[in-house]
Write a protein that binds this ligand. Sequence first.
Ligand SMILES: *Cc1c(COP(=O)(O)O)cnc(C)c1O
Length: 399
Amino acid sequence: MKRVYLDYNATTSVEPEVLDAMLPYFSAEFGNASSIHTFGQRARAAVETAREQVAALIGARAQEIFFTSGGTESDNHAIFGIVSSSFTSANSSTSARPHIITSLVEHEAVLNACQALAKQGVAVTYLHVDQDGSIDPQDLEAALRKETVLISIMHANNELGTVQPLEEIGRVAKQADVYFHSDAVQSAGKIPIDVNQFQLDLLSLSGHKLYAPKGIGALYVRGSTRLKQLLYGGHHQRGVRPGTENVAGIVGLGKAAEIARHSLANDAKRLSALRDQLEHGLLNRVPHSRINGARAVRTPNTANLVFPGVEGEALLIALDLKGLACSTGAACSSGAVEPSHVLTAIGLPTEEARASLRFSLGRHTTQADIDFALQVIPAGVEQLRQLSPTYQKEAAAKT
Ligand SMILES: *Cc1c(COP(=O)(O)O)cnc(C)c1O
């Protein structure tokens, strides 16, 4: 059966070149990067090459890159690390609670880290977004307090593709002398990133969204940043992130970053053309469908549409049976399906949030894949609408 994968924002396949680069580090080159002998030196050299490759993708210096277990750890380290260091460095006579500013549309790795800190007494402001998922830098300025220690705003949203105005946010952060972190897991390799242009102090990356393996990521930390460590152990990665380095994973992330740096412009051009074709095709073929986040600056690969009258989960399963993989933004927590917090934040009523699907394209998406999607999605929506008495009644009332 033909299977088309339009869920690259959930994860990507490891690029063959990336796998090839990694393989020796599972066998012949198995050394511990901390060992002094030749085996260790060779592993160390590979890790340091990867650090340079990752740094080059985001305009950083190699010594500012720390390898982690993925995007989730990087986000947690940035947020807990900055807040803990502000606690310990605060004058013990002041009782002011540190304050963080983030947004309502962040990934759970950021939102739940902030929530955990809120339970420990940290004040958190969640900035609202407009109907396309963008924050307003003026809201950010208004939210600043003298206790604000961190602004954490993602670069590109995983569900909508909406790109936040990092350059303006960076300017506000700098002026207020507040640390600025961005979860760039969904933008890395898709749109250009420059930590200096954006005046970022911390930035999170994940391997598996970038054609490298799952379980490897990176945290960029600007040289001057005071960041408390999360883990205690040896002196690996200058003690900032101890634990024997995942050499093969690191090599893979480095290679993937290098490939991304060279193919970014071409990928973006090709994917945005295919994405636009998918969106226009669906708008034309599916009555009453709409694009979520249509007016925002978006990553080139992401399309999120509402198909009023259908249950997103049911459509996803119907499409999967026909061979098309996509996603709802819904979180399945304890059996109950909660509508996506991102779609709720852009003002979609629960019904429409539940009727939305995300299609995310990637390096291996072809014209034939889009043609296939344009066949099966309209048919799938039509089938489900036929089964929905409320939709039939509303449609009849409109005509
Ligand atoms: C996938 C994702 C993460 C989590 O990364 P992992 O490597 O899977 O832990 C964090 N933020 C965003 C925006 C993501 O899309």
